[in-house]
Design a binder for this molecule. Sequence first.
Ligand code: CP3
Length: 349
Amino acid sequence: MTAPPPPWHDGPLMKATRREPADRVPIWLMRQAGRYLAEYRELRRQTGFLELCKNPDLCAEVMLTTVERLGVDAAIIFSDLLLILEPLGLDLEYTPGGGPVLHNPVCEPRDVDRLGELENIEPLDYVVQTVRKTRAGLAPELPVIGFAGAPFTLAAYAVEGGSSRHYRRVKSLMYRDAGAWHALMGRLCRAITLYLNAQIDAGAQVVQLFDSWVGCLGVDDYRRYVLPHTRSIFEGLRSGVPAIHFGTGNPALLPLQREAGGDVIGVDWRIRLDDAWDAIGPDRAIQGNLDPVVLLGQPAEIRRRAKELLDQAAGRPGHIFNLGHGVLPQTPVENVIALIDAVHEMGSR
Ligand code: CP3
């Protein structure tokens, strides 16, 4: 006799990852816990961001209270994309108001050799504990989403040392020294694969790879410099655990992102959802793609825009409703709740 599946297995989000019909369209939001919430800002008055990320009890609490308040269909772990760069030897700081900075970026090809290898998960054990505690505290029918940065986005941070306008440094390294570039990407990919599998082993039901900066690349460069690396991550993940592959900035990359891997492709608002699904193909699920700025407007407009996206998905199984990128800090929480309620109501079958 086989054991019955765990309670989360047949919820709307897990069904969507498998493109099975469900009784409603699932929704969660990137950056659903964060500065737009007064409780979060209050917590941050006493705790630095890095300190918070390294405190699994607090991380779990932040996400669990947010999920309860919003009524979303999944919890993503509360963590950050850049933490994985610390054990590789990069000196990470979140400056107040100014975003993340890496004080010793990879400037020259030879700096790639200076980076360490993530030999085991020990230095990121606090993230593993965050997954465990989030899973333990979450309603059993909801899945926990683990995540990591995609190799291009992490390489861009490692080389630029922070956010960037033209990605001049990272692209120059890529164009100038293919050997150093592939060595850097290989090192990141091994670390990311180890990290995501550790999150899966600790209880994540789904993982998402964030390629937030990849849209600065053209199609041919993506194919040559990124696709084989990103693919190696999807190929190295524990089998049977669905993966979401999120990219932003350049819809022309969608067919290649699909080729690189992922059961679900995450899409931003620069392309219509139905056109994106055509570009990706019917044999993948899709996540997206409301413009986060819509949440700064009126609830009636939010509802109208949600309806438009649901109409484009047209009831096809495999749509996970989300924004095309993270919730902006200026967003009124009532608007976030209005969106979630509208999707649950209009996306019920
Ligand atoms: O709610 C969630 O989605 C879970 C937590 C989460 C955070 N960061 C918390 C965070 C997730 C999934 C991320 C991913 C992340 N981090 C990405 C990919 C998604 C995206 O937005 O493209 C990126 C690029 C980062 C890197 C990063 N971390 C930046 C650029 C910044 C500063 C600017 C900003 O948006 O705040 C951070 C800090 C950060 N990560 C905060 C939070 C809640 C704000 C920190 C604070 O409290 O001041």
